[in-house]
Ligand binder design. Sequence first.
Ligand SMILES: C[S@@+](CC[C@H](N)C(=O)[O-])C[C@H]1O[C@@H](n2cnc3c(N)ncnc32)[C@H](O)[C@@H]1O
Length: 371
Amino acid sequence: MDSSESADTVHALTELGELLVDSVLRGEPFDTIKHIVQEGAPLWYQNESEGLSALHAAAYMQDAELVQFLIDEGAVWNSMDNMKNTAGDIALSFNNEAVYTMIRNAGIRAEMLLALLASRSEPEEPSSLVIRSEDVTAAASTDAFLASKLKFIKDKNGQEICVVKAGEDEIGVMMGWEQNIMQETVKSLCEGHESANSLKILNIGFGLGIIDSLFQALPTRPITHYIVEPHPDVIQRMKEQGWYQKPGVKILECKWQDSIQDLLAVGGFDVVYTDTFSEDYNALRAFFELVPDLLAGPESRFSFFNGLGATNALFYDVYTHLAELHLSDIGIEVKWQDVSVYNDNSDRWGSTREYFLLPMYRLPIGTMNLM
Ligand SMILES: C[S@@+](CC[C@H](N)C(=O)[O-])C[C@H]1O[C@@H](n2cnc3c(N)ncnc32)[C@H](O)[C@@H]1O
Protein backbone atom coordinates (compact mmCIF):
# COMPACT_ATOMS: atom_id res chain seq x y z
CA MET A 1 0.00 0.00 0.00
CA ASP A 2 1.49 3.39 -0.94
CA SER A 3 1.16 6.41 1.32
CA SER A 4 -1.84 7.87 -0.52
CA GLU A 5 -3.67 4.53 -0.23
CA SER A 6 -2.99 4.30 3.50
CA ALA A 7 -4.13 7.93 3.93
CA ASP A 8 -7.36 6.95 2.14
CA THR A 9 -7.82 3.98 4.49
CA VAL A 10 -7.33 6.16 7.57
CA HIS A 11 -9.76 8.68 6.15
CA ALA A 12 -12.38 5.99 5.47
CA LEU A 13 -12.00 4.52 8.96
CA THR A 14 -12.25 7.96 10.53
CA GLU A 15 -15.44 8.66 8.60
CA LEU A 16 -16.96 5.33 9.59
CA GLY A 17 -15.88 5.85 13.21
CA GLU A 18 -17.46 9.33 13.31
CA LEU A 19 -20.62 7.96 11.69
CA LEU A 20 -20.85 5.20 14.29
CA VAL A 21 -20.46 7.51 17.28
CA ASP A 22 -22.87 10.08 15.82
CA SER A 23 -25.45 7.41 15.03
CA VAL A 24 -25.34 6.07 18.57
CA LEU A 25 -25.67 9.57 20.00
CA ARG A 26 -28.61 10.30 17.69
CA GLY A 27 -30.34 7.16 18.97
CA GLU A 28 -30.49 5.47 15.55
CA PRO A 29 -32.17 2.02 15.56
CA PHE A 30 -30.13 -0.95 16.72
CA ASP A 31 -30.11 -2.52 13.24
CA THR A 32 -28.66 0.63 11.65
CA ILE A 33 -25.83 0.67 14.18
CA LYS A 34 -25.22 -3.04 13.75
CA HIS A 35 -24.95 -2.47 10.02
CA ILE A 36 -22.36 0.32 10.46
CA VAL A 37 -20.29 -1.97 12.71
CA GLN A 38 -20.55 -4.78 10.17
CA GLU A 39 -19.37 -2.35 7.49
CA GLY A 40 -16.11 -2.19 9.46
CA ALA A 41 -16.53 0.90 11.65
CA PRO A 42 -13.69 0.80 14.18
CA LEU A 43 -14.98 0.31 17.71
CA TRP A 44 -11.77 1.79 19.12
CA TYR A 45 -12.44 5.08 17.33
CA GLN A 46 -12.92 8.14 19.55
CA ASN A 47 -14.45 11.23 17.98
CA GLU A 48 -12.46 14.40 17.41
CA SER A 49 -14.60 16.76 19.44
CA GLU A 50 -14.98 14.96 22.78
CA GLY A 51 -12.97 11.78 22.54
CA LEU A 52 -16.13 9.67 22.68
CA SER A 53 -16.11 6.08 21.47
CA ALA A 54 -19.25 4.23 20.44
CA LEU A 55 -19.24 2.60 23.90
CA HIS A 56 -19.14 6.01 25.61
CA ALA A 57 -22.00 7.11 23.38
CA ALA A 58 -24.05 3.99 24.18
CA ALA A 59 -23.44 4.60 27.89
CA TYR A 60 -24.72 8.18 27.45
CA MET A 61 -27.81 6.83 25.72
CA GLN A 62 -28.15 4.24 28.56
CA ASP A 63 -28.81 1.62 25.92
CA ALA A 64 -27.96 -1.68 27.62
CA GLU A 65 -28.61 -3.82 24.53
CA LEU A 66 -26.25 -1.70 22.46
CA VAL A 67 -23.60 -1.64 25.20
CA GLN A 68 -23.64 -5.44 25.32
CA PHE A 69 -23.47 -5.66 21.51
CA LEU A 70 -20.49 -3.28 21.34
CA ILE A 71 -18.68 -5.19 24.09
CA ASP A 72 -19.32 -8.50 22.32
CA GLU A 73 -17.94 -6.97 19.12
CA GLY A 74 -14.72 -5.98 20.94
CA ALA A 75 -15.28 -2.40 22.14
CA VAL A 76 -12.44 -1.10 24.31
CA TRP A 77 -13.77 -1.04 27.88
CA ASN A 78 -11.16 1.28 29.39
CA SER A 79 -10.64 4.09 26.89
CA MET A 80 -11.05 7.58 28.30
CA ASP A 81 -12.72 10.53 26.64
CA ASN A 82 -11.27 14.05 26.68
CA MET A 83 -12.69 14.57 30.18
CA LYS A 84 -10.89 11.40 31.33
CA ASN A 85 -14.15 9.50 31.73
CA THR A 86 -14.55 5.88 30.71
CA ALA A 87 -17.89 4.55 29.46
CA GLY A 88 -18.22 2.94 32.90
CA ASP A 89 -17.85 6.34 34.60
CA ILE A 90 -20.63 7.67 32.41
CA ALA A 91 -22.93 4.77 33.34
CA LEU A 92 -22.06 5.40 36.99
CA SER A 93 -22.91 9.09 36.68
CA PHE A 94 -26.39 8.06 35.47
CA ASN A 95 -26.63 5.54 38.30
CA ASN A 96 -27.24 2.92 35.63
CA GLU A 97 -26.12 -0.20 37.42
CA ALA A 98 -26.97 -2.62 34.61
CA VAL A 99 -24.85 -0.78 32.02
CA TYR A 100 -22.06 -0.12 34.52
CA THR A 101 -21.91 -3.81 35.49
CA MET A 102 -21.70 -4.91 31.85
CA ILE A 103 -18.72 -2.63 31.23
CA ARG A 104 -17.05 -3.56 34.50
CA ASN A 105 -17.45 -7.26 33.79
CA ALA A 106 -15.96 -6.74 30.34
CA GLY A 107 -12.99 -5.13 32.11
CA ILE A 108 -12.65 -8.02 34.54
CA ARG A 109 -12.77 -10.55 31.69
CA ALA A 110 -10.19 -8.62 29.67
CA GLU A 111 -7.85 -8.30 32.65
CA MET A 112 -8.28 -11.97 33.62
CA LEU A 113 -7.28 -12.89 30.11
CA LEU A 114 -4.28 -10.55 30.15
CA ALA A 115 -3.18 -11.95 33.50
CA LEU A 116 -3.48 -15.47 32.11
CA LEU A 117 -1.45 -14.57 29.04
CA ALA A 118 1.15 -12.83 31.21
CA SER A 119 1.49 -15.92 33.38
CA ARG A 120 2.27 -17.97 30.27
CA SER A 121 4.64 -15.62 28.49
CA GLU A 122 8.22 -14.47 28.97
CA PRO A 123 8.82 -11.61 29.59
CA GLU A 124 5.64 -10.75 31.44
CA GLU A 125 3.23 -8.30 29.90
CA PRO A 126 2.01 -5.84 32.49
CA SER A 127 -1.68 -5.35 33.10
CA SER A 128 -3.22 -2.81 30.72
CA LEU A 129 -4.80 -0.67 33.36
CA VAL A 130 -2.54 1.76 35.07
CA ILE A 131 1.15 1.33 34.76
CA ARG A 132 2.24 0.78 31.22
CA SER A 133 5.32 -1.03 30.05
CA GLU A 134 6.81 2.14 28.59
CA ASP A 135 6.89 3.74 32.05
CA VAL A 136 10.49 3.19 33.11
CA THR A 137 10.48 5.88 35.78
CA ALA A 138 10.72 5.17 39.50
CA ALA A 139 6.90 5.00 39.56
CA ALA A 140 6.75 1.78 37.56
CA SER A 141 10.21 0.23 37.54
CA THR A 142 11.58 -1.32 40.73
CA ASP A 143 15.16 -0.99 39.48
CA ALA A 144 14.72 2.72 38.75
CA PHE A 145 12.95 3.18 42.09
CA LEU A 146 15.65 1.42 44.11
CA ALA A 147 18.33 3.54 42.41
CA SER A 148 16.47 6.80 43.16
CA LYS A 149 17.06 9.08 46.09
CA LEU A 150 14.07 9.36 48.44
CA LYS A 151 13.03 12.54 50.19
CA PHE A 152 11.39 12.40 53.61
CA ILE A 153 9.56 15.68 54.13
CA LYS A 154 6.45 17.11 55.82
CA ASP A 155 3.24 17.92 53.94
CA LYS A 156 1.27 21.14 54.54
CA ASN A 157 -0.47 19.52 57.52
CA GLY A 158 2.83 18.66 59.14
CA GLN A 159 2.44 14.95 58.35
CA GLU A 160 5.49 13.08 57.22
CA ILE A 161 5.63 11.95 53.58
CA CYS A 162 8.14 10.10 51.45
CA VAL A 163 8.55 11.14 47.80
CA VAL A 164 10.60 10.12 44.80
CA LYS A 165 11.23 11.75 41.44
CA ALA A 166 9.58 9.89 38.54
CA GLY A 167 10.45 11.54 35.23
CA GLU A 168 9.24 15.14 35.45
CA ASP A 169 6.89 14.39 38.34
CA GLU A 170 7.41 13.95 42.01
CA ILE A 171 5.39 11.02 43.29
CA GLY A 172 4.51 10.03 46.83
CA VAL A 173 5.88 6.65 47.91
CA MET A 174 3.84 7.01 51.08
CA MET A 175 1.70 9.94 52.14
CA GLY A 176 0.73 10.98 55.65
CA TRP A 177 -3.01 10.91 54.89
CA GLU A 178 -2.77 7.12 54.45
CA GLN A 179 -2.36 6.80 58.24
CA ASN A 180 -6.10 6.17 58.61
CA ILE A 181 -6.01 3.31 56.09
CA MET A 182 -3.10 1.73 57.95
CA GLN A 183 -4.92 2.11 61.29
CA GLU A 184 -8.04 0.40 59.98
CA THR A 185 -5.93 -2.31 58.36
CA VAL A 186 -4.14 -3.13 61.61
CA LYS A 187 -7.44 -3.15 63.47
CA SER A 188 -9.00 -5.60 61.02
CA LEU A 189 -5.89 -7.76 60.84
CA CYS A 190 -5.28 -8.03 64.57
CA GLU A 191 -8.39 -7.31 66.64
CA GLY A 192 -9.96 -10.47 68.05
CA HIS A 193 -7.24 -12.60 66.44
CA GLU A 194 -6.97 -16.04 68.00
CA SER A 195 -3.24 -15.49 68.45
CA ALA A 196 -3.52 -11.84 69.57
CA ASN A 197 -1.17 -12.51 72.50
CA SER A 198 1.58 -14.06 70.43
CA LEU A 199 1.37 -12.67 66.93
CA LYS A 200 3.86 -13.60 64.27
CA ILE A 201 3.68 -10.82 61.67
CA LEU A 202 5.12 -10.33 58.20
CA ASN A 203 5.07 -6.91 56.55
CA ILE A 204 6.42 -6.24 53.07
CA GLY A 205 7.50 -2.63 52.47
CA PHE A 206 8.42 -0.33 55.40
CA GLY A 207 7.89 3.08 53.73
CA LEU A 208 7.27 5.52 56.57
CA GLY A 209 6.91 2.67 59.02
CA ILE A 210 3.33 3.65 59.76
CA ILE A 211 1.92 0.14 59.73
CA ASP A 212 4.96 -1.36 61.45
CA SER A 213 4.70 1.21 64.25
CA LEU A 214 1.02 0.33 64.64
CA PHE A 215 1.89 -3.38 64.84
CA GLN A 216 4.48 -2.58 67.49
CA ALA A 217 1.92 -0.53 69.45
CA LEU A 218 -0.62 -3.38 69.73
CA PRO A 219 -1.77 -4.15 73.30
CA THR A 220 0.52 -7.19 73.12
CA ARG A 221 3.65 -6.57 71.10
CA PRO A 222 4.13 -9.14 68.31
CA ILE A 223 6.44 -12.01 69.28
CA THR A 224 8.00 -12.01 65.85
CA HIS A 225 7.76 -9.16 63.36
CA TYR A 226 9.45 -9.59 59.98
CA ILE A 227 9.88 -6.52 57.77
CA VAL A 228 11.09 -6.78 54.18
CA GLU A 229 12.52 -3.56 52.75
CA PRO A 230 15.01 -3.11 49.89
CA HIS A 231 15.44 0.66 49.53
CA PRO A 232 18.78 1.86 51.00
CA ASP A 233 17.35 5.25 52.09
CA VAL A 234 14.48 3.57 53.94
CA ILE A 235 16.86 1.06 55.54
CA GLN A 236 19.09 3.95 56.66
CA ARG A 237 16.10 5.59 58.36
CA MET A 238 15.10 2.34 60.00
CA LYS A 239 18.59 2.18 61.48
CA GLU A 240 18.39 5.79 62.71
CA GLN A 241 15.00 5.11 64.28
CA GLY A 242 16.22 2.07 66.19
CA TRP A 243 14.19 -0.57 64.36
CA TYR A 244 17.11 -3.01 64.42
CA GLN A 245 17.11 -2.98 68.22
CA LYS A 246 13.41 -3.67 68.72
CA PRO A 247 12.71 -7.05 70.32
CA GLY A 248 11.28 -9.59 67.90
CA VAL A 249 11.85 -7.39 64.84
CA LYS A 250 13.73 -9.03 61.98
CA ILE A 251 14.57 -6.93 58.96
CA LEU A 252 15.34 -8.45 55.58
CA GLU A 253 17.14 -5.89 53.44
CA CYS A 254 15.91 -6.99 50.04
CA LYS A 255 12.90 -7.25 47.76
CA TRP A 256 10.25 -9.81 48.75
CA GLN A 257 11.11 -11.66 45.53
CA ASP A 258 14.64 -12.19 46.86
CA SER A 259 13.65 -13.19 50.38
CA ILE A 260 10.70 -15.41 49.61
CA GLN A 261 12.54 -18.70 50.09
CA ASP A 262 13.64 -17.58 53.59
CA LEU A 263 10.15 -16.34 54.39
CA LEU A 264 8.55 -19.60 53.26
CA ALA A 265 11.05 -21.50 55.38
CA VAL A 266 9.96 -19.43 58.41
CA GLY A 267 6.25 -19.69 57.49
CA GLY A 268 3.42 -19.90 60.00
CA PHE A 269 2.57 -16.17 59.99
CA ASP A 270 -0.60 -15.07 61.79
CA VAL A 271 -0.72 -11.80 59.88
CA VAL A 272 0.70 -10.97 56.44
CA TYR A 273 0.56 -7.52 54.86
CA THR A 274 2.08 -6.19 51.66
CA ASP A 275 2.36 -2.63 50.38
CA THR A 276 5.21 -2.15 47.95
CA PHE A 277 5.88 0.55 45.39
CA SER A 278 6.40 0.67 41.63
CA GLU A 279 5.02 -2.84 41.21
CA ASP A 280 2.07 -3.67 38.97
CA TYR A 281 -0.83 -6.07 39.38
CA ASN A 282 1.18 -9.01 38.04
CA ALA A 283 3.68 -8.64 40.88
CA LEU A 284 0.87 -8.41 43.40
CA ARG A 285 -0.72 -11.51 41.95
CA ALA A 286 2.60 -13.35 42.10
CA PHE A 287 2.69 -12.51 45.81
CA PHE A 288 -0.92 -13.72 46.25
CA GLU A 289 0.16 -17.15 45.02
CA LEU A 290 2.59 -17.43 47.95
CA VAL A 291 0.24 -16.29 50.67
CA PRO A 292 -1.33 -19.70 51.49
CA ASP A 293 2.16 -21.06 52.20
CA LEU A 294 3.07 -18.10 54.39
CA LEU A 295 -0.02 -18.22 56.63
CA ALA A 296 -0.19 -20.32 59.78
CA GLY A 297 -3.73 -21.58 59.25
CA PRO A 298 -7.40 -20.70 58.88
CA GLU A 299 -7.29 -18.10 61.66
CA SER A 300 -4.44 -16.20 59.94
CA ARG A 301 -5.24 -12.97 58.14
CA PHE A 302 -3.86 -11.35 55.01
CA SER A 303 -4.20 -7.87 53.56
CA PHE A 304 -2.59 -5.79 50.84
CA PHE A 305 -2.62 -2.12 49.92
CA ASN A 306 -5.50 -1.98 47.49
CA GLY A 307 -4.42 1.07 45.53
CA LEU A 308 -4.10 -0.01 41.91
CA GLY A 309 -6.41 1.80 39.52
CA ALA A 310 -7.50 4.24 42.22
CA THR A 311 -7.47 7.25 39.94
CA ASN A 312 -10.76 6.10 38.44
CA ALA A 313 -13.84 4.42 39.96
CA LEU A 314 -14.23 1.83 37.19
CA PHE A 315 -10.57 0.82 37.14
CA TYR A 316 -10.56 0.52 40.92
CA ASP A 317 -13.66 -1.65 40.85
CA VAL A 318 -12.12 -3.89 38.17
CA TYR A 319 -8.88 -4.34 40.14
CA THR A 320 -10.79 -5.02 43.35
CA HIS A 321 -12.83 -7.75 41.67
CA LEU A 322 -9.82 -9.14 39.87
CA ALA A 323 -7.94 -9.48 43.16
CA GLU A 324 -10.94 -11.15 44.78
CA LEU A 325 -11.25 -13.66 41.93
CA HIS A 326 -7.55 -14.47 41.85
CA LEU A 327 -7.40 -14.88 45.62
CA SER A 328 -10.46 -17.09 45.55
CA ASP A 329 -8.69 -19.27 42.93
CA ILE A 330 -6.01 -20.02 45.50
CA GLY A 331 -8.40 -20.61 48.37
CA ILE A 332 -8.37 -17.20 50.04
CA GLU A 333 -11.70 -15.63 50.78
CA VAL A 334 -11.72 -11.85 50.97
CA LYS A 335 -14.03 -9.64 53.00
CA TRP A 336 -14.07 -5.96 52.02
CA GLN A 337 -14.49 -2.99 54.26
CA ASP A 338 -14.95 0.60 53.13
CA VAL A 339 -12.64 3.17 54.68
CA SER A 340 -13.47 6.78 54.00
CA VAL A 341 -10.49 8.67 52.68
CA TYR A 342 -12.50 11.66 51.56
CA ASN A 343 -10.71 14.78 52.52
CA ASP A 344 -11.64 18.25 51.39
CA ASN A 345 -8.10 19.37 51.96
CA SER A 346 -6.96 19.65 48.36
CA ASP A 347 -3.43 20.18 49.60
CA ARG A 348 -2.88 16.64 50.74
CA TRP A 349 -0.90 15.84 47.58
CA GLY A 350 1.25 19.00 47.67
CA SER A 351 3.12 19.01 44.37
CA THR A 352 3.17 15.20 44.04
CA ARG A 353 1.33 13.19 41.40
CA GLU A 354 -2.09 12.13 42.66
CA TYR A 355 -2.61 8.38 42.77
CA PHE A 356 -5.71 7.89 44.92
CA LEU A 357 -8.64 10.03 43.83
CA LEU A 358 -11.62 8.10 45.17
CA PRO A 359 -13.51 8.88 48.37
CA MET A 360 -13.48 5.26 49.58
CA TYR A 361 -10.63 2.86 50.11
CA ARG A 362 -11.71 -0.77 49.84
CA LEU A 363 -9.82 -2.62 52.52
CA PRO A 364 -9.34 -6.35 51.89
CA ILE A 365 -9.03 -8.94 54.66
CA GLY A 366 -8.32 -12.42 53.37
CA THR A 367 -8.48 -15.73 55.19
CA MET A 368 -7.91 -19.29 54.04
CA ASN A 369 -11.12 -20.81 52.88
CA LEU A 370 -11.10 -24.42 53.98
CA MET A 371 -14.39 -25.35 52.28
C1 LIG B 1 4.09 2.56 50.13
S1 LIG B 1 5.54 2.16 51.00
C2 LIG B 1 4.97 1.20 52.35
C3 LIG B 1 4.29 2.04 53.37
C4 LIG B 1 3.98 1.32 54.65
N1 LIG B 1 2.83 0.45 54.50
C5 LIG B 1 3.73 2.30 55.78
O1 LIG B 1 2.76 2.07 56.53
O2 LIG B 1 4.44 3.31 55.93
C6 LIG B 1 6.30 0.99 49.96
C7 LIG B 1 7.61 0.43 50.44
O3 LIG B 1 7.84 -0.79 49.72
C8 LIG B 1 9.21 -0.87 49.41
N2 LIG B 1 9.33 -1.78 48.26
C9 LIG B 1 9.28 -1.50 46.94
N3 LIG B 1 9.43 -2.62 46.20
C10 LIG B 1 9.56 -3.64 47.09
C11 LIG B 1 9.72 -5.06 46.94
N4 LIG B 1 9.78 -5.63 45.75
N5 LIG B 1 9.83 -5.82 48.06
C12 LIG B 1 9.74 -5.23 49.29
N6 LIG B 1 9.56 -3.91 49.48
C13 LIG B 1 9.47 -3.13 48.40
C14 LIG B 1 9.60 0.56 49.14
O4 LIG B 1 10.99 0.75 49.25
C15 LIG B 1 8.81 1.32 50.18
O5 LIG B 1 9.54 1.49 51.35
